[in-house]
Design a protein around this ligand. Structure first.
Ligand code: SF4
Length: 363
């Protein structure tokens, strides 16, 4: 980190800081919470946009704010309502934690979002990055907020040839950024770094020619910008195979509530998880063991491929019409018209919105 020390000048605002802030003032995207950085709005935006692109999450952010305009409405809501508003956005633990944290803010902090970094960090679903982002943007606390974008920009700017997923590397980056953060406008500085990563210093082919800080960028000067950042861990993507049983009679169908995993407390159809997708014979034998007798043909959906960060799901939906009472393990029977009252993961929605599901549910 010797080079770093040479690069920095702690007595005044570093020219790099001035340049990035100027660039940000002209190029920042017009995002709703930037106009009015109230702690609640900033918190909501930070949770929605964890692992979600701005274009994808914007409508969700607006919808959540409309439905739960303050922390009081959020805390007073049913968890299921929050999950329904979150449907399709994925990573549903964010919604469950958001709801839990809202209750804590109302109970422990009298409904006032805490301004202290440690208090923010104590809220469920908030890690060091989110706490630093909220505390700098909403409370002008001079603490660098280091997300994936900032790690990438910093690794290039400071020519860090160590894996960025190592704790010691993150600590070094935090130290370096602490020295150049604008203490009067820390929120703008943090957002400027993130915005630079999103718009200019992209993972592949960074736009160095138009970069406002290229003059200070050590990777650019040594032509190593395409080799950085370095990562030590590879994300292992597991393949899983889901066969869903869409068991229904004329008006009702069976759904189950997930008890654990990434879809905890969301709803789905009775599921059989196996080493490969079941065939019609496999489905028939499951039904025989459960004493379910289909009244006519069992319809097989197309195969769905659903990609999540740590797993790829291959799924099929088996549409099974029965007569008499609807019973399958601990599934609950609901009226088809009530499907909208339950939160379902995106994969289930993809099926429900398909032509094959619409035709079947009309039968
Ligand atoms: Fe990133 Fe290139 Fe700018 Fe360096 S000069 S910060 S590599 S865009």
């Amino acid at each position: 980190m010797k080079i770093l020390t040479m690069l920095l000048n702690s007595n005044s605002i570093h020219p790099l800081t001035t340049k990035i802030l100027f660039w940000y003032s002209i190029n920042k995207r017009d995002l709703p919470w930037r106009k009015n950085p109230k702690p609640y709005n900033v918190w909501l935006s930070e949770i929605v946009f964890q692992q979600t692109r701005i274009e994808q999450g914007l409508a969700y952010y607006e919808r959540l704010l409309e439905k739960f305009p303050t922390v009081y409405e959020l805390a007073a809501s049913e968890e299921r309502e929050v999950l329904i508003a979150w449907e399709g956005l994925g990573y549903y633990s964010r919604a469950r934690n958001l709801h839990h944290a809202a209750k804590t803010i109302v109970k422990k902090f009298d409904g006032k979002f805490p301004g202290d970094y440690k208090d923010i960090l104590s809220l469920k679903g908030i890690g060091p990055y989110t706490a630093a982002a909220i505390s700098s943007i909403a409370f002008a606390n001079a603490r660098p907020a280091i997300d994936g974008n900032v790690l990438r920009v910093s690794s290039r700017l400071f020519l860090i040839e160590e894996p960025i997923d190592k704790e010691s590397t993150k600590k070094n980056i935090e130290k370096a950024l602490t020295e150049i953060i604008d203490i009067k406008h820390p929120g703008d500085f943090n957002q400027a770094m993130m915005e630079l990563g999103a718009l200019v210093c992209k993972p592949k082919n960074p736009h160095c020619k138009i970069c406002p800080i290229s003059e200070h960028c050590l990777a650019f000067h040594s032509g190593k910008q395409d080799q950085l950042p370095i990562r030590s861990k590879k994300v292992l993507v597991k393949k899983v195979y889901y066969s869903f049983l869409v068991i229904s009679d004329l008006n009702n169908l069976l759904i189950t509530k997930r008890k654990e995993g990434i879809w905890k407390k969301m709803y789905q159809f009775p599921l059989i998880e196996s080493d490969e997708l079941l065939t019609i014979e496999g489905i028939r034998s499951v039904l025989e063991r459960s004493s379910i007798s289909p009244v006519n043909t069992i319809y097989e959906s197309k195969e769905y491929k659903h990609i999540l960060s740590h797993r790829t799901i291959y799924a099929k939906f088996w549409m099974i019409k029965v007569e008499g009472s609807l019973n399958y393990k601990n599934a609950i029977s609901i009226h088809k018209d009530d499907l909208g009252k339950y939160p379902f993961p995106r994969l289930i929605h993809r099926f429900l919105e398909s032509e094959e599901a619409i035709q079947y549910l009309l039968m």
